[in-house]
Write a protein that binds this ligand. Structure first.
Ligand SMILES: Cc1cc2nc3c(=O)[nH]c(=O)nc-3n(C[C@H](O)[C@H](O)[C@H](O)COP(=O)(O)OP(=O)(O)OC[C@H]3O[C@@H](n4cnc5c(N)ncnc54)[C@H](O)[C@@H]3O)c2cc1C
Length: 493
């Protein structure tokens, strides 16, 4: 079996293969650049100041063993915070992958981890033909060939987007990670515009503010919507929004009815969320209200978050394209901001930045060329009168490529020079691009669908299925997905 990519998905899948009831494959070969091996973008060793967005109790790599992370944290003396440090969680992933490889070897499976970049994946009548090359500058950097009976694409969406077409501007940081390098690159007293207002943008703002180097930080996106604040309280036991019920109800209307039933079970309804859908509140006012509010809107959000966090990605995968498009539009963005919140401790830091007037959030766009102050960029609010045009010396991108073309380049490789292996698969007819991003795949097992159909199984794991599985993000989903892929690959026939 070939695993394309060596990030979080690959680590979690190795674990799933190592603990599956069926015998593991005879040989597994992982190919990836080794830059943040097993940690991916999110959990690099540099992420010392940031905490995960999901609580420690839900960050196990094993869906059937929710205490797996917590036990590791206890054993390593890193437990004690409700939300693990990202860098610490990266160590857990490294440890998990190492243990999984050892376990697989004890079960008779040869495991090789190769440092390089996959350039091409083809289904052939005999299996899967994977071409890869060692990274530039290493000895013997000729293209090599790997033959396998199956492959899993877990090469993520590491290439960032360029929503404002600023790629060739000076003074622009395309990828914000590692944050330490970003912070070091910001000149003291700079005015920084951050493209994006999601969790990554919040991460960037906090890192820049902690370093105390910026005069002002402006987060910019089309809607100017920050992630909501995670409501406190116990988990909601999901009774209605289950995979079986979702399958029988069908359609977006059916999903909404099941979510309505979850709310009703707690004496709540969608009407309790009215305050969240109002459009006039500023980002700062919304954050302050959400931090102070333990009322019915917060309770309703908690119910929805637990329901959608449990099976939302799978549920979205079972919807037709028209319904999926609706989830991708304006309503979907709003839902995403509500359902994938920032932890309260992060929100407290953000509130403090608002109070000190270091941070602003703008619905608008960034343009090259400053105004009278001679800065390199301008931030233009969309609606006139909403706020003044601001100047910025530096733009930091905090938007990951929205996927239809993200089909990825290995880190360390210049983005202009080479086509990613998945894009090439699409061009050569071995995979089909999903209209909403990533590749067409079975919503539960990630098995590629819609291409030539014949040939050996190739699965997509992680960010590559984000067109199919809207709301697919985060470790819990990755763990469920990996377990299903491992089972599908081990099934006879
Ligand atoms: C900033 C940020 C914060 C996050 N925080 C959280 C959190 O707190 N909690 C949570 O649960 N989830 C979080 N996530 C989501 C989580 O990290 C992702 O779900 C997960 O990393 C996806 O795994 P992946 O394997 O698809 O991609 P990645 O982990 O990015 O791995 C992809 C790998 O493939 C490699 N690759 C790319 N191209 C090639 C090629 N051509 N050949 C070989 N290898 C290649 C890359 O170098 C990389 O190693 C966060 C994500 C981000 C970006």
């Amino acid at each position: 079996m070939a695993l394309v990519g060596d990030g979080v998905g690959a680590a979690v899948l190795l674990d799933a293969l190592s603990v599956g009831a069926a015998a593991p494959p005879g040989r597994i070969t992982v190919v990836g650049p080794g830059v943040r091996r097993w940690r991916g973008l999110a959990f690099g060793a540099d992420a010392v100041a940031s905490l995960t967005n999901i609580g420690a109790a839900a960050m196990s790599v094993r869906p059937g063993d929710p205490g797996h992370y917590l036990r590791w944290a206890e054993a390593t003396g890193t437990a004690g915070t409700a939300f693990p440090h990202r860098a610490v969680f990266g160590r857990y992933l490294e440890h998990t992958a190492g243990e999984a490889a050892a376990r697989l070897r004890r079960r008779g499976c040869r495991v090789d981890v190769l440092t390089g970049r996959v350039t091409r994946v083809r289904r052939t009548p005999d299996g899967v033909d994977t071409r890869w090359e060692p990274l530039p500058g290493t000895a013997g950097a000729a293209v090599r060939r790997l033959e396998s009976a199956a492959a899993v694409l877990c090469c993520g969406a590491s290439e960032p987007a360029d929503p404002y077409g600023l790629a060739r501007s000076d003074g622009r940081v395309l990828a914000p990670y590692p944050l330490e390098e970003l912070v070091a690159a910001v000149p003291p007293g700079a005015r920084v515009a951050v493209a994006g207002t999601g969790l990554t943008a919040v991460d960037v703002a906090c890192a820049l503010a902690d370093a105390g180097r910026c005069r002002e930080i402006t987060l910019v996106s089309r809607r100017g919507l920050l992630p909501s604040v995670r409501p406190a309280g116990p988990p909601h036991p999901v009774r209605h929004f289950t995979l079986d019920r979702i399958r029988t109800e069908g359609g977006l209307g059916g999903l909404l009815a099941l979510l309505g039933a979850e709310l009703a079970a707690e004496g709540l309804s969608f009407a309790d969320l009215r305050v969240e859908w109002g459009g006039s509140e500023s980002a700062a006012d919304r954050l302050r209200r959400q931090l102070d509010d333990g009322g019915t809107a917060a309770r309703a959000l908690r119910v929805l978050r637990h329901a959608v966090g449990g099976t939302g990605a799978e549920a979205a995968g079972l919807l037709g394209l028209a319904d999926r498009r609706r989830l991708d539009g304006r309503t979907g963005r709003k839902l995403r901001s509500l359902l994938f919140p920032m932890p309260a401790h992060t929100a407290v830091r953000v509130r403090e930045l608002f109070d000190r007037e270091v941070l602003r959030v703008v619905a608008g766009r960034i343009e090259r060329g400053g105004g009278r102050g001679g800065a390199a960029f301008r931030v233009l609010p969309d609606a006139p009168g909403v706020g003044a045009v601001r100047e910025a010396d530096l733009v930091v991108n905090a938007v990951l490529r929205p996927s239809d073309e993200h089909l990825t380049e290995a880190e360390g490789v210049p983005p202009d020079s080479r086509e990613g292996p998945v894009a090439r698969m699409v061009r050569e007819g071995h995979a089909r691009a999903h209209p909403l991003g990533g590749v067409e795949a079975d919503p539960l097992t990630g098995l590629l669908t819609g291409a030539d159909g014949a040939g050996a199984p190739v699965h997509a794991l992680g960010t590559l299925t984000q067109g199919v599985n809207a709301f697919a993000c985060g470790l819990p989903w990755l763990a469920r997905h990996s377990t299903r892929i491992a089972a599908a690959l081990s099934a006879p026939g």
